[in-house]
Design a protein around this ligand. Sequence first.
Ligand code: SF4
Ligand code: SF4
Length: 306
Amino acid sequence: MDITRRKFLELSAKMAAMMGLGTTAIPKIAEALEQLSAVNAPVLWLQGQSCSGCSVSLLNSEEPGPAQILSGYISLLFHSTISASTGDVSMQVLNRSIDHGGYLLVVEGSVPEGMPEACVVGGELFTEQVLRAAKNAKAIIAVGTCAAFGGIPAAENNPTGAMSVPDFLKKNGVSKPLILLPGCPAHPDWIVGTLVHLLKFGIPQLDKKGRPKMFFSRLIHDQCPRFADYERENFAKTFSEDGCLFMLGCLGPVTHADCTLRLWNSGTNSCIKAGAPCIGCTSENFAASASFPFYRKATLSKKTGA
Ligand code: SF4
Ligand code: SF4
């Protein structure tokens, strides 16, 4: 990879900030990136019941960008959407990689446990493929809310019996180090930061739900640019108004993620900054109930919380 030392150290500093680490961590991150670039850590990325939004989110990462990640730091053995090879060749690569083992397995999307034929990759049921790949993986990252908690495919009625990756693995007796990165989609920093942490420092500290604390320890509400409005009870009545979005159904008070500080689209904006309530996309309750739509008027009092 063609990158100057200065750029490299800038990248290390950005990565340290991205992972919520102080400046003292920069040399360690630099060392980690150097090691990664030397070994090209193998990553296998499988997609089940997903919209590919988390893959698109990864491709939106800024520092390191997609080209840097894919060519410099990881060896993406297989990816259903962006692998260079296609058809039989692609499946041969996948099967050889699984036989060889020792990779990090990223799973995007939920698993159609109740209707396996709903998701077939290269002629193989996804249910069987994900189990085969999980058994030989060093660790597994469930990327996105569909993989982490079931998400939209597992929404009420759930005709395919969609299941989260942790529930599916548990049901099938597969026990591996597992990290959940919910979000619809997951933020690219969460994906890249977790991969780097995993490869250099091991499993990051996780909360009770299995999410890295470095990204999910705080509530959206506590870091919200409209928090002062909430305290003053200055509530917006329509989406176009200034003021706290609580009465428009904002789930910031019960949603753990760092979007309002980290921002999306290379630091451009976030849901709340753009005037849209947080719809709790990193939560296990996201899309779970048909009677709890994304956009609705809040019915509970501010004191009891949403
Ligand atoms: S309710 Fe939503 S908009 Fe209001 S302060 Fe909390 S997170 Fe921000
Ligand atoms: S602000 Fe809420 S809905 Fe928006 S991306 Fe973050 S967690 Fe998801």
